[in-house]
Write a protein that binds this ligand. Structure first.
Ligand code: COA
Length: 240
């Protein structure tokens, strides 16, 4: 065999070894990922079974995540749609927070899907609250002082809490920030960002959310704010 043939053969063997090594490595990674996935699924199913056994009237969608569930109160008949995340934080960067979080969810709460609640202080949700998809509620911030390299390094700035009263309806893609209260039977329009209190029986929309209509108990109709201001109650502009 001449030297070139030998050289060619050796290179082929080398290449084959590299391919085999890579194949073994990728096979190992695939098998490891499959086992991890199954282990995670089984762990989640076990967790889910425990949560349901402790809260028998809770209707739980798939892929819901709970962090520190011991700080969450579920009322009767709560429906949590697929992909919802209820995350309670009692420590930050290894240090315990001054007080434990408290997430209270009242009776007959219904959320469609992908609700995320991040609670480090107090969030109180009344009875019969309806929440559409992809809503985000958070009662804290990273401190906003721009001195440290990363805002993550600031202490958490925990608000005075969030209150969502009985019978509120929150539209799709709403964001509710810390320290606000939403009054009884109010409606928050899709895509709104709630940064300040919304009184009861009001419809609020936009970023920041502002009240556009108020419910008149006597006429049993929603009245536009501009009509209230200009004319008092103007029948021609009342939405029946
Ligand atoms: C808030 C909502 C209920 C308002 O209903 P409505 O009283 O019939 O309001 P109107 O359609 O009369 O609109 C009044 C004004 O608010 C504006 N508006 C309505 N919804 C808005 C919203 N989500 N964001 C910004 N502006 C909005 C309208 O453009 C209108 O403005 P104009 O007066 O300048 O024309 C409705 O628009 C909404 O957002 N629904 C939520 C939908 C949803 O998420 N469904 C999920 C099912 S659970």
């Amino acid at each position: 065999m001449n030297i070139w043939k030998l050289y060619f053969l050796m290179n082929c063997c080398n290449l084959l070894m590299i391919i085999c090594k890579d194949m073994v490595y990728y096979m190992y990674r695939i098998i490891r990922d499959i086992i991890t996935l199954f282990a995670k699924k089984i762990k989640n199913l076990k967790k889910r079974a425990i949560i349901i056994s402790q809260n028998p009237s809770l209707h739980l969608g798939s892929d819901c995540v709970f962090q520190n569930i011991e700080y969450i109160h579920f009322g009767e008949g709560v429906v949590l749609g697929d992909g919802s995340n209820l995350l309670c934080t009692d420590e930050y960067k290894g240090a315990k927070l001054a007080s434990n979080p408290n997430l209270y969810i009242g009776d007959s709460f219904h959320c469609t899907r992908n609700l995320t609640i991040q609670c480090a202080g107090k969030i109180e949700i009344g009875n019969n609250v309806l929440v559409a998809s992809d809503v985000f509620i958070i009662d804290y911030n990273h401190g906003v002082l721009p001195i440290k390299d990363n805002y993550l390094d600031n202490n958490l700035d925990i608000s005075k809490g969030i209150t969502i009263c009985d019978g509120v309806w929150i539209g799709n893609n709403v964001v509710i920030l810390g320290g606000v209260s939403i009054g009884k039977k109010s409606i928050i329009g899709a895509g709104s960002v709630v940064t300040s209190d919304i009184p009861e029986y009001s419809i609020a929309v936009g970023n920041p959310a502002h009240v556009i209509k108020r419910y008149n108990q006597e006429t049993m109709a929603w009245i536009k704010i501009c009509d209230e201001k200009m004319w008092g109650i103007n029948d021609s502009k009342i939405d029946k």
